[in-house]
Design a protein around this ligand. Structure first.
Ligand SMILES: [Zn+2]
Length: 165
């Protein structure tokens, strides 16, 4: 009887070891996983972007529209794109650079022809630069980045438009 208990205990330990072994595979899935984690750890209102953003910015931060889904899969892509377009059209945010115009990002993502579709925007209110990225294998990302991030981004070719739109 006591031996049975020990055996069961060992079995449980083995199980834990197995799951620990399989974890690196998930972490190595893609660099996007790392960015998602970084985005949640840093958050939009963290210090380091200047004194002007001590309070949450009411222009760029509410542009991210969430769903009831589980993080990081809790971003409403369509409504977030609409919110960003609204701000660009009204001049409260500036479209810095992207693979395709904001309104074309989803069509390109759905085509499965490009792994990541990226846009950079700058908030006129707080001055921060934002990364807005869709990934066909992962969750979308909306995070504030350094101002020189658009210039440092390794842009990749966009498939011919007639293939996806
Ligand atoms: Zn802002």
């Amino acid at each position: 009887m006591v031996d049975d208990g020990r055996t069961r205990g060992r079995a449980t330990l083995d199980g834990v070891e197995h799951s620990a072994v399989s974890r690196p595979r998930r972490e190595a899935r893609s660099r996007w996983t790392f960015q998602e984690t970084a985005a949640r750890q840093v958050g939009p209102s963290t210090k380091g972007y200047g004194e002007r953003v001590d309070a949450a910015c009411q222009t760029c931060e509410p542009a991210l529209v969430r769903t009831a889904g589980r993080p990081p899969h809790d971003i409403d892509i369509v409504r977030t794109i609409d919110a960003l377009k609204l701000r660009v059209d009204s001049g409260s945010m500036r479209y810095v650079r992207g693979d395709v115009p904001l309104e074309d990002m989803l069509a390109l993502a759905r085509s499965d022809l490009k792994y990541t579709i990226v846009s950079y925007l700058e908030c006129d209110e707080c001055g921060r630069t934002w990364f807005w990225g869709l990934c066909i294998r992962g969750a979308p990302i909306y995070e504030s980045v350094e101002a020189d991030a658009p210039a440092g981004h390794s842009w990749s070719a966009v498939p011919a438009r007639e293939r996806w739109a």
